[in-house]
Ligand binder design. Structure first.
Ligand code: DAH
Length: 346
């Protein structure tokens, strides 16, 4: 039926041949071909039949036009319906050549992600946030008073040594030189001086020490934390430390608490973690990850908080170190390369 019927308007029977032909169609290509045969702008059978209507007498034209429009409508509907079926992969009469293999595995699109350090910092903020901890930040340039004195470091303490600290060459009193903060603990002083207890907060940030080897970089990231209330005890501290460290490292990790000395807490403790790691390559060993303890009464007093009324704990840990443990990265230098392709593996 590639030649259009030649009469002005093919008899209904002849149009029904098209209807039958459409029923046999099984591909979109065949469907398009019939569409052309019927409705092609120049040679479509229906197009020609419609054009020829104008040669008829007005009465006959009206009658034939009505008949023809009805047939045209039916054919269009039939074609539309078939088209829908053929375009739907689950269509009953879907031909093989038109099918889409929905099980086909396509290569995964490469997507970027945050660097491991900011990713970890956000995770820490989220984990402590769920426990009601506020987040605050302090400046990276502090002075000796903030970095040491108010934290109860004696004047002759070895941590003040110029071999370890980046002192800043800026005019200052001899006993209160400016420096790049060596820990985030000064932010607890700033926070306590400006907030009324009870409170709980964490303080993330960059810190600086003259240190460089596989596990030390002159700049690294720390979290300081603080929880002060009327009856906050070591038991609260232990619970918070274990819960959060499990979330941050692994639910399988084991923890132990040892006594340790830090001038700003009494008693002071260190938390070690033992974990075989995701790759389970080596036997787990105890690694020191957190320093913590009950805030020293002198520190509370230095911040105008009455130690007879208030008590609580403080803690500090290195974010980079925790990221290295978590992802089993052997050298801290891997975390700060110019070449970010290193991050692809995570
Ligand atoms: N500031 C200590 C450091 O940099 C970490 C620390 C230890 C913070 C014990 C604390 C603490 O709040 O209680 O090594």
């Amino acid at each position: 039926m590639s030649n259009p019927p030649s009469s002005t308007s093919p008899a209904a029977g002849e149009w029904s041949l098209y209807a039958k032909k459409i029923k046999k169609v099984s591909t979109l290509k065949e469907l398009e071909k019939i569409e052309q045969e019927l409705f092609g702008r120049k040679n479509g059978a229906m197009t020609i039949a419609m054009k020829k209507l104008k040669d008829l007498s007005p009465d006959l034209r009206k009658q034939k036009a009505q008949e023809l429009n009805k047939i045209k409508q039916e054919l269009i509907e039939q074609l539309e319906q078939l088209k829908n079926e053929l375009e739907t992969p689950s269509g009953a009469i879907l031909a093989k050549s038109d099918s889409i293999d929905v099980t086909l595995d396509l290569p995964q699109k490469e997507r970027g992600h945050l660097h491991l350090i900011p990713e970890f910092i956000r995770h820490v903020e989220e984990v402590f946030g769920r426990m009601g901890f506020d987040v605050a930040r302090g400046p990276e340039i502090e002075d000796e008073k903030m970095n040491f004195d108010l934290l109860n470091f004696p004047k002759e303490h070895a941590a003040r040594d110029a071999q370890d600290i980046f002192y800043i060459n800026r005019k200052a009193p001899a006993d209160n030189k400016f420096l790049l903060r060596a820990h985030t603990s000064p932010v607890q002083i700033r926070y306590m001086k400006t907030h009324k207890p009870p409170f709980r907060a964490i303080f993330p940030g960059k810190v600086y020490r003259k240190d460089a080897d596989a596990t030390h970089s002159p700049m690294f990231h720390q979290f300081e934390g603080l929880m002060i209330g009327k009856d906050i005890t070591l038991a609260n501290m232990k619970a918070v430390m274990i819960e959060t460290m499990k979330e941050l490292i692994s639910q399988d990790a084991e923890f132990r608490f040892r006594t340790g000395y830090f001038p700003f807490v009494e008693p002071g403790l260190e938390v070690d973690v033992k974990w075989e790691g995701e790759k389970k390559t080596k036997e787990g060993t105890w690694l020191e990850i957190v320093g913590c303890g009950m805030v020293h009464p002198n520190v509370l007093k230095n911040c105008n908080i009455d130690p007879d009324k208030w008590q609580g704990f403080a803690f500090g840990f290195g974010a980079d170190r925790m990221v290295m443990i978590k992802h089993q990265i052997p050298s801290i230098k891997e975390l700060f390369p110019g070449d970010v392709r290193f991050l692809r593996q995570f």
